[in-house]
Design a protein around this ligand. Structure first.
Ligand SMILES: *[C@@H]1O[C@H](CO)[C@@H](O)[C@H](O)[C@H]1NC(C)=O
Ligand SMILES: *[C@@H]1O[C@H](CO)[C@@H](O)[C@H](O)[C@H]1NC(C)=O
Ligand SMILES: *[C@@H]1O[C@H](CO)[C@@H](O)[C@H](O)[C@H]1NC(C)=O
Length: 190
């Protein structure tokens, strides 16, 4: 018994090693036809959700992780860096259906007005989008009515994604700093 299973193991090891060996022979780069990869028709999808950024209170989802020595004297919080894991919901109420999360950082990057450099991955949970992500990198001048940020890529159903996200503040508590932001995202993908 022991001998046989040892033989099985070594055969398996040899197969694994030989498949690693053949992988070495793959070219560094080759041309592929998009149709052969299942990439036929590009679709345009609109996503709509509410982003809840809670920086104070019992259920914080966004925390300051760094700031410059001069941040506290800056009217635009210049130099502050936040890390966020913010819920994305169907409606403006935090108790409405959870559609995903926005994981990322935002940093005060302007000395003229409050404007954040946003670096976020949106991780979706809903239906066909479950497990797929979109990456957003852009400028968010939070006191503007509409802020537009580029969607620079994605994974899962959002492979090859490109598009833009529009953010509108739905409500903000200026004392706590907590905000609910409505998002409309327009994205091309396959
Ligand atoms: C904080 O989270 C708990 C558990 O989900 C919830 O019961 C409570 O209402 C939340 N509090 C606030 C202020 O959102
Ligand atoms: C999303 O996918 C996870 C992991 O595969 C699964 O556990 C979960 O039930 C799915 N959620 C929905 C809403 O389909
Ligand atoms: C705004 O935040 C402050 C401080 O957390 C809180 O006391 C107040 O109730 C909040 N206002 C509203 C309208 O939620």
């Amino acid at each position: 018994m022991t001998m046989r299973s040892n033989t099985k193991v070594s055969l398996f090891t040899m197969l694994v090693l030989s498949s690693f060996g053949s992988m070495d022979c793959q070219p560094f780069a080759r041309s592929l036809l998009p149709e052969d990869q299942g990439l036929k028709t590009e679709k345009l999808t609109q996503l709509h959700f509410y982003f809840h950024d809670t920086i104070s209170g019992p259920n914080i989802t966004s925390i300051k992780v760094a700031e410059a020595p001069t941040t506290s004297s800056s009217e635009t919080f210049f130099g502050s860096v936040y890390m966020a894991d913010d819920p994305l919901t169907e409606g403006p109420d935090i108790c409405s259906k959870l559609l995903g999360r926005a994981e990322g950082t935002f940093m005060s990057a302007s000395q003229e007005e409050v404007a954040f450099l946003m670096v976020f991955n949106y991780v979706f949970l809903e239906g066909e989008f479950n497990g797929s992500t979109l990456s957003v990198l852009g400028r968010n001048a939070i006191f503007h009515g509409v802020r537009e940020m580029p969607v620079i890529g994605g994974t899962g159903v959002f492979r090859f994604a490109r598009g833009y996200a529009q953010a509108r503040t739905y409500s903000v508590n200026l004392t706590s700093g907590n905000a609910v932001v409505e998002y409309n995202v327009y994205v091309f993908h396959y």
